[in-house]
Design a protein around this ligand. Structure first.
Ligand SMILES: [Zn+2]
Length: 368
């Protein structure tokens, strides 16, 4: 009954009730979890997540999947721990089997509303193991890490996961309690910095207060997917700390060259994305008016996606200068700006990035 209530969608804009109540789109370029305001969330395109783990791993010559798994496990545990801790009496209530069963169904609802997957519980042995049929996972290793983190928050003991494909986009996922986490998990704590305040303003739905700028998102909780109706591509709502934790660890092992790879993966993806949105020039260069409109349109997505707040933008002498407060990840953002500049101006470029003060990044782009 409660879950049915939580699963409803806004009759005006279609936004899931759970998302508009649990998450907050702020005036400082961030999306945060209402009950834990320092915990950021971001909207990412599935294509980006794919590139991140497959292409970068291939270019580095090592798999980074296990690192991503550990970071995502910690992030999911943090999110669900805070949810349990903030509800009065919840920790005590979690001693009861019915409450645990309810919590597992709540995990499934969160996953489907965030566009991560659709999940049906097939078998659940309390304080022992669980088996779910997972359909349309955004990326199976990361999805499994989310489930492991959620169970660890509920039971306060380590879990492990294994899965096998059972059909097209369908997997049987089994999680069970285990003795201890791998050694690497201890290093993957999230690096959470309080964001700066902001003055941005997002128009919101009069009925549910979700941002109207995201009206192009098509929410399909029954399929466990969110589709960007303009590009027909799939997007996800994911915690905003996993990527940073993964790349901190990879940087520790492999050095700073990973930052260039991260930036370049995002640059390539942004060029394709700007083209899908119809913003890029075809035969003629864009007129100054169209160019300015295209920059505005793309940069206005940053706060809606929780990637930061663009507070100053200059387009002079063939280059651009952009200042962003609370960037989600400065290297990813550098890739976004570089890709956008190259797509709109039809040129290759050189980007420089400077942290003007903590939480404020300045990007300067020039033709290469
Ligand atoms: Zn609404």
């Amino acid at each position: 009954m409660i879950l049915k209530f939580m699963a409803r969608q806004c009759r005006v804009c279609g936004f899931p009730w759970l998302i508009s109540n649990v998450m907050s789109w702020n005036d400082n370029g961030t999306i945060t979890i209402v009950m834990q305001p320092e915990m950021r969330a971001v909207i990412l395109h599935q294509g980006f997540v794919d590139t991140l783990f497959t292409e970068i791993g291939a270019r580095l010559g090592v798999s980074i999947e296990h690192i991503a798994f550990e970071a995502q496990r910690n992030a999911a545990k943090e999110v669900f721990d805070s949810t349990f801790n903030m509800i009065p009496g919840m920790r005590f209530a979690l001693r009861f089997k019915q409450v645990k069963r309810f919590s597992v169904r709540y995990f499934n609802l969160v996953a489907s509303n965030c566009g991560l997957c659709h999940s049906d519980v097939v078998d659940y042995k309390i304080a022992e193991s669980g088996v779910s049929r997972i359909t349309n996972p955004f990326y199976m290793p990361m999805l499994a890490a989310n489930v492991v983190g959620a169970f660890e928050a509920m039971e306060h003991v380590p879990y492990k996961a294994e899965w096998e494909k059972s059909g097209p986009d369908t997997y049987m996922l089994r999680v069970e309690q285990t003795e201890e986490k791998p050694e690497i998990a201890q290093r993957m704590d999230l690096h959470i910095e309080p964001p700066l305040p902001g003055k941005g303003r997002l128009e919101s739905c009069s009925h549910c207060r979700a941002p109207r700028g995201l009206s192009h998102l098509e929410w399909k909780p029954d399929d466990g997917m969110i589709i960007d109706s303009r590009t027909k591509s799939r997007v996800l709502l994911l915690d905003g700390h996993m990527v940073g934790a993964v790349f901190r660890e990879i940087r520790r092992e492999l050095g700073d060259e990973v930052d260039e790879l991260l930036m370049d993966a995002q640059r390539q993806w942004t060029i394709a994305h700007a083209s899908l949105l119809g913003l890029t020039p075809t035969t003629e260069p864009l007129s100054p008016e169209k160019l300015s409109k295209a920059y505005d349109e793309y940069l206005s997505l940053l706060p809606l996606h929780g990637h930061g707040n663009p507070v100053s933008f200059k387009n002079e002498d063939g280059g651009i200068e952009l200042v962003v407060e609370n960037p989600y990840d400065p290297f990813i953002l550098a890739g976004t700006i570089k890709g956008l500049y190259e797509a709109l101006e039809n040129t290759t470029s050189y980007v420089s990035r400077e942290e003007v003060m903590p939480g404020v990044s300045k990007f300067v782009l020039k033709p290469a």
